[in-house]
Structures are given as structure tokens and as C-alpha cells.
Design a protein around this ligand. Sequence first.
Ligand code: SF4
Ligand code: F3S
Ligand code: FES
Length: 253
Amino acid sequence: MTYQAHFKVWRGDKDGGRLVDYEVEVNEGEVVLDIIHRLQATAAPDLAVRWNCKAGKCGSCSAEVNGRPRLMCMTRMSVFDQAEIVTVTPMRAFPVVRDLVTDVSYNYATARAIPAFVPPPGLKPSEYRMRQEDVDRVQEFRKCIECFLCQNTCHVVRDHEENKAVFAGPRFLMRVAELDMHPLDAAAEAGIDRKRAAQEQHGLGYCNITKCCTEVCPEHIKITDNALIPLKERVVDRSYDPLVWLGDKIRRR
Ligand code: SF4
Ligand code: F3S
Ligand code: FES
């Protein structure tokens, strides 16, 4: 079944822009990205959009559809009423490059600030057998496609640009949690204190567990329950550990 939909698409660049109205054909089974591609092929050949896989796996086509952060390639047109105006805008938390394309370099810079996994020195292959729960945790976090929808949604940066300097955001706090909970990570032996960094460098304390990040994750990763809350608990446990407290006191003298 084919019908004409009314789209409003944000057009502009870093200096400003506006919503532009389009009447566009929709066919059965199509997703929002199909409609954006149809616009490129017809009324708006210069419309800028970032995409790659059209299968929900590359994380490129993130945008806001009727105000909700979503992957355009995974948003079926059938979720909207045929008479409904469908509004597509770029992710709000990142600077616009052009039209629906945003500059997500904040995320790459944040990723680079997290020290990589440190393999335990001297451990030979097959000398350690990981417990299934450790495997499951890593596999869940590794489903992340880096769409940055969670980063875009978290109010800590969405409404406060200035917080980007002190807050890594849910995706990267999840990365810190993944590494800190990894049974083989030898960061501490290498002088890297992931818990202290989570609190003092990556702004874990700014997260007040609103869970908006978890709600928008297209991979259904339980970011808050499985990464952020356990990381907070580990940081708190550490601060109340009398031996750690004493060690910190002595080091600071
Ligand atoms: Fe996207 Fe989920 Fe990864 Fe966040 S955690 S970047 S929402 S896939
Ligand atoms: Fe932000 Fe998610 Fe925490 S939305 S406040 S990082 S639970
Ligand atoms: Fe790859 Fe949408 S185009 S996730």
C-alpha cells in the first residue's frame, strides 16, 4: 500500500537552519531512512545524511524522529499514523555539520581518554578460564554499535554543553565499567586506577541514574543497570574500604 506522507526535515548548517516541508511517497515495509533516500532522489538531492549498513549495525544513521533519538534505518514508517507529520532532525547534543549530519568527535576524543585493556603479564593462552558471567557481561557491552544515541540523550550533556569537558557519557562510562569488571585487566599493576578515573576524570558522579540512555539503546544494552550502577557501587566500595582509605591518605602526604 502506497501513500503520501508529510515530512519535516531540518535543513541547515552550523550557522542555523529550519524545518523544510516535503510531501513524499511511502511504500509498504519502508523505514524512515528509505524516505530520506527518496527525498535525496527527488525533491532534495543535496540533503546530507550519514548512513552505511541500513541494517542497524553500523550506528551511522542516528537522528531524532518526532523528537525521539532513533536509528533511521530501524524506524519503520508503520509506527506512524499515515496522517501524522514525521519530523526528522539531527541529534541535538552534537554540533551540526549539515542537515542531518552531526559532528560526533566529542565521542572519539572521550574514547581516546580511556586507557585500553591491560593484559596480565606472563599469562599464557589457556591458563585462565573465564567464568560464564564475565563472558556474558563483556558480550553484552560489546554489542554497542557506537550510534551515540545514548550520549545524545543523556541530559547531563544534552542540556549542558559545558559538561562535555567533565563527563564521558553513558557509552564510555560503560567502557570503563567493562574494563574495571574484567577479571584479567591488569590496569592497577600498570598504575592505572580506573575507579578513581571514573569518578574524577570521567564524571561518573554526574549520572543520576535517569536511565534515558538505556531506553534509547537500539542494542537493548542495560547500560544503567549492568554498567553504571555496578560501577558506582565499585567506586563507593573502594572509598569505604579502610585499607584503600589509609593508602590514599599516606600517598597524599
Ligand atoms: Fe548506541 Fe547503545 Fe552503544 Fe549507546 S550503548 S552508543 S545507544 S549501541
Ligand atoms: Fe545519563 Fe544514563 Fe546516567 S541517561 S544520567 S548516563 S543513567
Ligand atoms: Fe547502519 Fe542505520 S545505516 S545503523
